[in-house]
Design a protein around this ligand. Sequence first.
Ligand SMILES: [Fe+2]
Length: 271
Amino acid sequence: MNDWVIPQDWSGYSPEQHAMWDTLFSRQLEMLQDRATAAFMEGIDVLRMSKPGIPDFAELSQRLHNATGWTVVAVPGLIPDEVFFENLANRRFVAGRFIRSPEQIDYLQEPDVFHDVFGHVPLLVHPVFADYMQAYGQGGLRAMKFGSIHRLARLYWYTVEFGLIRDAHGLKLYGAGIVSSHGESLYALGSDVPSRLQFDLKRVMRTEYRIDAYQRNYFVIDSFDELLRQTLDTDFAPLYAELAGLADIEVDTILSSDRVLNRGTGSRTGP
Ligand SMILES: [Fe+2]
């Protein structure tokens, strides 16, 4: 199968583009010191991502491969689901190579190299998270056969992109969509608007999400080990069959079965 991988063309970046990375990097790194989970900061260190400029994927991949066998490859924007899953299943993280313009510094619709590389790659140094991402890719290939990609995608959304973790130092960030966003890094931990609920695999897979605004629900895990264990121990085929008969849960809805860590100011009690 065509893996859609293209050259990063690192030497083609302009000084302004490297400077944009540096601006985003220093702003986020400072913000995340006491907000991101320790594994994220360790990943930044191990990969020596504080080296100025947009990372060269070849160099980054070498360090990452030494740590957990993953590599980072460039793709031209959004790619078919099957190709995305196939790459993850083979421990290849696919990243966009373009970087946002100065006008897009705080918001852009399509993930750029800062979101993909700064947001996602540091945690791939963590052996358990690295296994979780591969398991997700393998699970995605299976989900395609059940027509259940949209349910599995919610798992990715509420963990890999917008997950929170309660580690030894309290509530911390690990989702790439949060850690690569200045505004959402503040909001996800500090705002009283969103609800923070204990992670539950089945609940998450029923929960809708919004792509156009900060999240109204965050799901909190206790550890990456627990996340990987729940994922590997779940038999997804009967779960998909069960979920097909259950209504989706709207954002802002709290169920009586939820373990609520913080109830958001805008949330409603659901059926
Ligand atoms: Fe992402």
